[in-house]
Design a protein around this ligand. Structure first.
Ligand SMILES: Cc1ncc(COP(=O)(O)O)c(C=O)c1O
Ligand SMILES: [Zn+2]
Length: 369
């Protein structure tokens, strides 16, 4: 296991810190990404830790059995699109019902090994629920900072496992600022966009897709901070460098039209992601006005020849019902992936994977209301 930390903004490289210290960001202020100079593909076992040779942790991980989620083959909906294969990666199968557990197991393992007693996270809901559960499992204290508008179900998930909840006035960004003050006082920073190790866990979605269906022609990803789409593309680039494939998938980012800073930047052809003035969508999990991984998300889209799509509230609600025809219940942010399918033109030979990031029971009111 040899990796370095690389800054996507200025190119600076860092060795991972040893002992009790942890490095999260570049000195220039940018987020960092983990890079594997010689990626070693050696899958063994099951779930996220099947890919240990490409995960930044050695030793016994804090695992609750995350990963190894379903890949449902569309049978009802396949006729509506000119594609050969349409698959849904059902991330609601994870221990806390969203893909976040994949990153949390890596961060929690590192926090434990480094001797931290407390972890902190700001969240639009799913990440807080995930970090709270894993912290309880690992016997660490969890502090979760949330903005307004998080579904009660996700708040309940956090409280039930004993997390300390901080309700912050304002947006997700305000919650992050409050959380960062807490990190200065000695918490482990467990944030998707700000902790490079988090994305390493999330990228295992890409590895599973590769093993289950080969390299898809397109992967459609609900996008908030831009971390998930960055990490899945990263997985395929590592597979390519490990000599496992020559092909890379086209990456498609989906956001709600009512909060779509990455879509807007992509349309304008700029890496400067501008905060929208207002944001208000039923897809609360991807309601992120200032995405930390926006630049790397835009690069994944452009490098892969993909695109970014904004979807309406009506289309999201309709997509929840449509997924129901396949027996899948998805939360609004996740259903956004299917809503985007109508905007995409495919070839008959295309293999497409949609990431259904979180379970519908996390926000039933959005569907019933
Ligand atoms: C259900 C769901 N889908 C998609 C996302 C988007 O992931 P990212 O913020 O890494 O872009 C999130 C993030 O919280 C989420 O909870
Ligand atoms: Zn930098």
């Amino acid at each position: 296991m040899t990796f370095v930390l690389v800054c996507p903004a200025c190119g600076m490289e860092y060795r991972p810190p040893k002992g009790k210290e942890e490095r999260y960001a570049c000195d220039c202020g940018s987020v960092l990404l983990v890079e594997w100079p010689k990626p070693k593909w050696a899958p063994k076992g099951r779930g996220v830790w099947r890919y240990k040779s490409l995960l930044p942790f050695t030793g016994k991980p804090a695992t609750m059995g995350e990963g190894g989620t379903g890949l449902v083959n569309a049978r009802e909906l396949i006729g509506e699109y000119t594609v050969k294969e349409l698959r849904f990666k059902t991330e609601g199968d994870n221990p806390t019902d969203s893909f976040k557990d994949r990153g949390t197991t890596v961060c929690m393992s590192r926090a434990l090994k480094k001797g931290f007693k407390r972890v902190s996270v700001a969240s639009t809901g799913n990440m807080g629920a995930s970090v709270a559960s894993y912290a309880a499992f690992a016997n660490l204290e969890a502090r979760v900072f949330v903005p307004k508008g998080i579904p009660d179900e996700k708040i309940a998930q956090m409280i039930a496992v004993g997390a300390k909840l901080h309700k912050v006035k304002g947006t997700f960004r305000d919650a992050v600022d409050a959380m960062l003050l807490d990190v200065k006082k000695g918490s482990y920073l467990c944030e998707t966009g700000l902790n490079p190790y988090y994305l390493e866990g999330e990228k295992t979605i890409g590895f599973e897709l590769y093993e289950e269906m080969g390299v898809p022609d397109r992967i459609v990803v609900p996008t908030g901070t831009g971390g998930l789409i960055t990490s899945i593309y990263k997985a395929f680039k590592e597979l390519k460098r490990a000599g496992k494939t020559r092909k890379l998938p086209q990456m498609v980012a989906v956001q709600a039209k009512r909060c779509s800073p990455i879509v807007d930047a992509w349309r304008k052809g700029t890496e400067k992601v501008k905060e929208p003035k207002k944001a208000n969508t039923i897809a609360s999990a991807i309601m992120v006005k200032s995405p930390f991984n926006g630049v790397t998300a835009l690069r994944a889209i452009d490098e892969s020849g993909g695109c970014a799509i904004g979807v309406t509230e009506t289309a999201i609600k309709h997509a929840i019902r449509e997924l129901g025809r396949e027996g899948i219940f998805a939360e609004p942010a996740s259903a956004a992936a299917l809503a985007a399918m109508h905007e995409l033109r495919h070839k008959k030979t295309d293999k497409v994977a949609l990431i259904i990031t979180g379970h519908g029971l996390k926000d039933p009111a959005a569907f019933l209301g």
